[in-house]
Design a protein around this ligand. Structure first.
Ligand code: NAD
Length: 521
């Protein structure tokens, strides 16, 4: 193997599927040249034409769902239902929603005029920015690529996407746009590693949409700041979930179990920290451990495929396996107890769902992003204590609160410092494209989806439309004492309480008269 090649590994059996390479400076330039040409073509299309293009992708996904799933699973080792629900189904949902939302969000909008600009018209036009560079992680390799790319395209932009070098899905993207009949080169997928990402960024895209780790997010943010390139950063998380002692234990255990272990915990919004109130603590943990032990985990014995009935898939990358092992070992060394799962075979990509109790925030498993099928559990007494513990994190992506008392749920949710929160469920905010998604603190900058899903890729152009006449504006030259006084009177007549409409009208008329007479000849 050439040392510059990046191998793409099937995590189920460790086999190399194929290799990719970093691109050259010339290739990066060629990509952006093509994008420049496409910018003009896309700008000339109507929104209806762009929606028709996006609809082609929808049809392709519906017709080739199984092929897409096979490609995703081969490189991620996900369970089929995880891949289906969070990647394939979700993509159709997003397309369906934005076909309805985009026409409302992208149409020219009339806005009111303040008193100072009386008589004029104001509008807001949503225009494309140019070429958007989308850089994506490996945990949802289809969804993370196609969703921002399609939304940026809907907003009228050309798109360049750099998927993760861990899961570049080359067999999928090779044919995807051609076979779907989608507009050629409107979205270019460029595979490669970090260097490729950096080379594409150096081509000065109009905006960067980055999803990935905090570490890389800071580097991307810095590079963008130097060139004044706008950037959205969708970064990591360490989601807390708070369970009060009035819950239905069975439902809540099932919800928490899914929230923690879906996608084998490789979720920016997976539950990683669980705070359970003391009244139900023992019963809750016993039920949770009991149910978790029944989950079917992927295994190397199943050869190249993840079984259809597998609940918890494999860990996609070897470096993530090392982090998960390190966090479990650190927790145990600091006094945590493993109630199920744990490290059975070092280096294995098949890690059983692991529940740890007696955890505290000095442990990596409760403080840093683990991104694996682990759940660090802690007991709490009061609402205040639960809120304090949940907020004790550099991350602020998402969280959940479980209680029969919805008012308490809302009260607690309002005090959690995070971008997204669920009451009696977890992380399904992400599944509602009508809602904005994003983080606070180290979890990122900017919002995606909801209205921002397309607006974030627009130049929000502000437009004032005025008439031609023989008058000039009161704030144009010449600046005279009389004009100044009239403007002052106008302001006081309008803003002081009660409003003095008579004085306002008189001064307004006098300003108009001066506007006709007092002009620089
Ligand atoms: P990563 O930061 O290592 O890589 C993300 C992407 O950045 C990859 O495509 C990589 O090639 C590219 N990259 C790395 N260095 C670069 C550079 N210097 N210039 C340009 N591009 C560069 O992240 P990852 O390990 O692939 O993904 C996991 C992380 O993503 C986790 O922290 C997870 O929480 C986060 N994530 C966040 C969200 C969200 O919406 N907030 C969603 C999914 C994943």
């Amino acid at each position: 193997m050439d040392k510059n090649n990046i191998p793409i590994i099937n995590p189920i059996n460790g086999q190399t599927l194929y290799e990719i390479q970093e691109i050259s400076v010339e290739q990066a330039k060629a990509v952006f040249q093509t994008a420049k040409t496409m910018e003009t073509k896309i700008r000339q299309m109507s929104l209806e034409q762009r929606i028709a293009e996006v609809e082609k992708i929808n049809q392709y996904v519906l017709e080739h769902g199984n092929f897409i799933l096979d490609c995703i699973i081969a490189e991620t080792g996900k369970s089929r239902t995880d891949a289906f629900a969070a990647e394939v189904f979700e993509v159709c949902d997003v397309i369906d929603v934005y076909k309805k939302l985009a026409p409302k969000l992208l149409k020219d909008k009339s806005v009111p005029i303040p008193i100072f600009l009386m008589g004029k018209k104001a509008q807001q036009w949503m225009e494309p920015l140019g070429t958007i560079l989308v850089i994506t992680p490996w945990n949802f390799p289809f969804y993370q690529v196609i969703v921002p790319a399609l939304l940026a395209f809907l907003a009228g932009n050309a798109v360049v996407v750099k998927p993760s070098e861990v899961t570049p899905l080359v067999p999928l993207w090779n044919d995807f746009f051609v076979k779907s009949g989608f507009m050629k080169d409107a979205i270019q997928v460029v595979v490669g590693g970090k260097e490729t990402g950096a080379l594409l960024l150096a081509e000065r895209p109009a905006k960067v949409h980055f999803t990935g780790s905090v570490r890389t997010g800071k580097k991307i943010g810095e590079a963008c700041a130097k060139e004044l390139i706008p950037v959205d950063l969708e970064l990591g998380g360490k989601d807390p979930s708070i369970v009060f002692d009035d819950v239905n234990i069975d439902r809540t255990v099932n919800g928490v179990m899914w929230g923690a272990f879906t996608n084998a915990g490789q979720n920016c919004t997976g539950i990683e920290r669980l705070y359970v109130q003391e009244g139900i603590y023992d019963k809750f943990i016993e039920t949770l451990v009991d149910k978790t032990k029944k989950l079917k985990t992927s295994s190397i014995d199943r050869n190249t495929k993840v079984a259809e009935d597998c609940d918890v898939g494999a860990i996609t990358s070897a470096f993530q396996v090392s982090i998960i092992e390190d966090h479990i070992e650190d927790a145990v060394a600091k006094g945590a107890k493993v109630l199920c799962g744990g490290i059975e075979q070092k280096g294995s990509h098949h890690i059983k769902p692991t529940i740890l109790v007696d955890c505290n925030h000095s442990m990596k498993i409760a403080a840093e992003e683990t991104f694996g099928p682990t759940l660090a559990i802690m007991k709490f007494k009061t609402e205040e204590e639960a809120i304090r513990l949940a907020n004790d994190s550099p991350y602020g992506l998402s969280a959940s609160v479980w209680s029969k008392d919805i008012e308490r749920g809302k009260r607690v949710a309002r005090q959690l410092v995070c971008g997204n929160v669920c009451i009696n469920n977890h992380m399904i905010n992400e599944a509602n494209p009508y809602l904005p998604f994003g983080g606070v603190k180290d979890s990122g900058i900017g919002r995606f989806k909801g209205e921002e899903g397309v607006l974030t890729f627009c130049n929000h152009k502000s437009v004032i439309i005025d008439q031609q006449s023989n008058m000039i504006e009161p704030h144009w030259y010449p600046f005279t004492q009389s004009k100044y006084e009239l403007l002052n009177n106008l302001m006081n007549a309008y803003f002081r309480k009660p409003k003095n409409w008579l004085k306002f009208a008189k001064n307004g008329l006098r300003i108009d008269t001066i506007g006709k007479k007092e002009q620089i000849k």
